[in-house]
Design a protein around this ligand. Structure first.
Ligand SMILES: CC(C)(COP(=O)(O)OP(=O)(O)OC[C@H]1O[C@@H](n2cnc3c(N)ncnc32)[C@H](O)[C@@H]1OP(=O)(O)O)[C@@H](O)C(=O)NCCC(=O)NCCS
Length: 189
């Protein structure tokens, strides 16, 4: 089994990525409770702050431990201490294949924050976790996430037709993949 430990805090050009704690619950609830964030990300809007606290204290760490997944990161704009989004590896498909996922508060969409954060997390996945491949799944109607996948050179490997989205509506499900050797070419290019 590949290692699952990553640094607790990393800096990128504009961002700090740090492991989330229960002290971040209110900030995370601000966007995880929004349907325009949660449904495209594949979960129903978080209903109460208490639910968010329970997620941070129990569901997230227990899942990570069970599946040997790294803790994942909250996204913070430098000079602030507010968590505005997340980048995680929420699923292990194989020993050396993890899935990446991300969310961002809509007030910050379109500024390249998630690509900036994901670039660093993807590099850590290949270099520190020894991954062979990173996968990404998104709904066929999630153009924003598809754009992020394209920016990283992910290849569309499968379109599961007429699946269901997080609200139960018929929707294609897209599966993308990025191999380590493709990432190595892309990052130097
Ligand atoms: C997907 C998401 C994380 C992208 O983060 P981001 O930091 O805004 O990414 P980018 O700045 O690269 O923008 C990506 C695309 O979003 C679209 N976009 C930009 N600003 C937007 C806005 N204000 N409203 C709607 N879409 C917008 C554009 O198509 C953009 O692509 P472009 O750069 O080619 O123009 C974010 O939109 C989000 O949190 N969406 C809801 C949750 C989600 O879908 N998670 C992914 C699950 S697979």
């Amino acid at each position: 089994m590949t290692r699952a430990e990553l640094p607790e805090r990393i800096e990128t050009e504009r961002l700090v990525l740090r492991v989330r704690t229960v002290a971040d619950a209110e900030d995370i609830f601000d966007f995880a409770s929004l349907p325009e964030v949660s449904y495209p990300a594949g979960f129903p809007p978080v209903k109460t702050l208490e639910d968010e606290i329970y997620y941070l204290e129990h569901i997230l760490p227990e899942r990570n431990q069970k599946d040997n997944l790294p803790a994942g990161y909250g996204i913070v704009v430098k000079e602030t201490d507010k968590v505005i989004g997340s980048v995680d590896f929420p699923r292990r498909h194989e020993d050396d294949v993890l899935e990446i996922s991300y969310t961002l508060h809509p007030d910050y969409w379109g500024q390249g924050y998630v690509p900036e954060a994901s670039r660093t997390v993807i590099a850590l996945g290949f270099k520190e976790l020894g991954l062979h491949k990173i996968e990404l799944t998104c709904f066929g109607n999630n153009v924003q996430s598809q754009r992020v996948a394209e920016k990283f050179g992910f290849t569309l490997e499968a379109r599961i037709r007429d699946s269901k989205d997080a609200q139960g509506n018929r929707c294609d499900s897209l599966i993308y993949g990025l191999l380590k050797k493709e990432w190595e070419i892309k990052k130097d290019g």
